[in-house]
Ligand binder design. Structure first.
Ligand code: CDV
Length: 305
């Protein structure tokens, strides 16, 4: 693969999506961001988690027909054909999240589509937060555990012309092992999308720290694993639920090199240099597999046997 070590990348943050907004309208907004990305010479564009609709795990939906409308049985190629055409023509790689039903099994999924116009990578969310049943005391629900099955693809990495890429989704980003598992496979750029309410009903004491915790976990992981993180929010006031913004691009030094200024549709752009991964991995955190893999196996045995 003819790898580029330097290129322009973007987090394509989306503002709120009202439950009444049709998918066609959302995709038109995504296309606008992609056109802007193209004019800025961007080669990798990351859209948020479950980005084709409102964040529906917020609702307790009892009508199966209504619930069905949120899922795709396959990547909605015809709905997104203008975007895929642009991706092909301009040789861009995009990632975006959607609710998938694979033979009836529901997953919170993210994919890469590359300049061939094909789906070249898929990830299904592993850390599913929230609850299974309706909880009347909450101001809004978080029913990811009810609506999705735990991802069954592990944390795969994908060799592309823009380096070795890997995905995680929203709550996955708070768990250090997500990044370490990707990094041990040589991942250089982690792309992720999120829907994070400002108010967390289980620990409202932390509400004022939501933006801080968002960046804290990703900055620490970028540094500790020597990799780039591109994080894209669905942000703003979505049907009365405030979602944090803060979409950003973080270097392997742990620094935020570009960040959203709004909670609306916004493109956050930065230059990626994959050599910076090597700088950290060769000088600070040297992933010498011979040394570390036995250590990880040892730790695994201590904790799980
Ligand atoms: N979509 C998410 O996974 N949201 C969680 C919230 C519920 C804490 C998050 O980790 O941001």
């Amino acid at each position: 693969m003819n790898n580029k070590s330097k290129y322009t990348a973007a987090a394509a943050q989306l503002g709120p999506i009202d439950p009444s907004e049709p998918k066609e309208s959302v995709v038109a907004r995504m296309l606008n961001l992609l056109i802007e990305a193209k004019t800025k010479g961007t080669e990798l564009v990351v859209f948020p988690e479950l980005c084709l609709t409102t964040f529906f795990p917020r609702y307790y939906i009892t009508d199966p027909a209504n619930l069905d409308t949120y899922y795709e049985s396959e990547v909605p190629i015809s709905l997104m054909s203008d975007m895929f055409e642009l991706v092909r023509k301009e040789k861009i790689i995009i990632s975006f999240g959607y609710a998938e039903r694979d033979n009836g099994i529901p997953f919170n999924t993210s994919v890469y589509v590359d300049s061939s116009g094909n789906i070249v990578g898929k990830y299904r969310k592993i850390h599913l937060p929230g609850h299974y049943e309706y909880e009347p005391d909450r101001p809004f629900q978080h029913l990811e555990k009810r609506y999705f099955t735990k991802g069954n693809l592990g944390f795969p990495t994908f060799d592309t012309t823009l380096g070795r890429l890997g995905m995680c989704i929203c709550n996955d980003r708070r768990w250090p092992e997500t990044y370490r598992v990707l990094a041990l496979q040589g991942c250089e750029v982690v792309t992720l999308g999120y829907n994070t309410p400002k108010h967390y009903p289980l620990a409202p004491e932390h509400d004022h720290l939501q933006e801080f915790h968002n960046h804290l976990c990703m900055q620490a992981a970028a540094y500790a694993n020597g990799m780039w993180v591109i994080a894209s929010a669905k942000a703003g006031l979505e049907d009365n639920c405030e979602l944090i913004g803060g979409s950003c691009i973080i270097s392997p030094r742990g620094e935020i090199v570009a960040e959203a200024n709004t909670t609306m549709d916004e493109l956050v752009v930065a230059q990626i240099d994959l050599n910076e991964c090597t700088l950290i991995r060769e000088n600070i955190f040297d992933f010498n597999f011979d040394i570390y893999i036995p250590l990880y196996i040892y730790i695994y045995y201590i904790f799980f046997y």
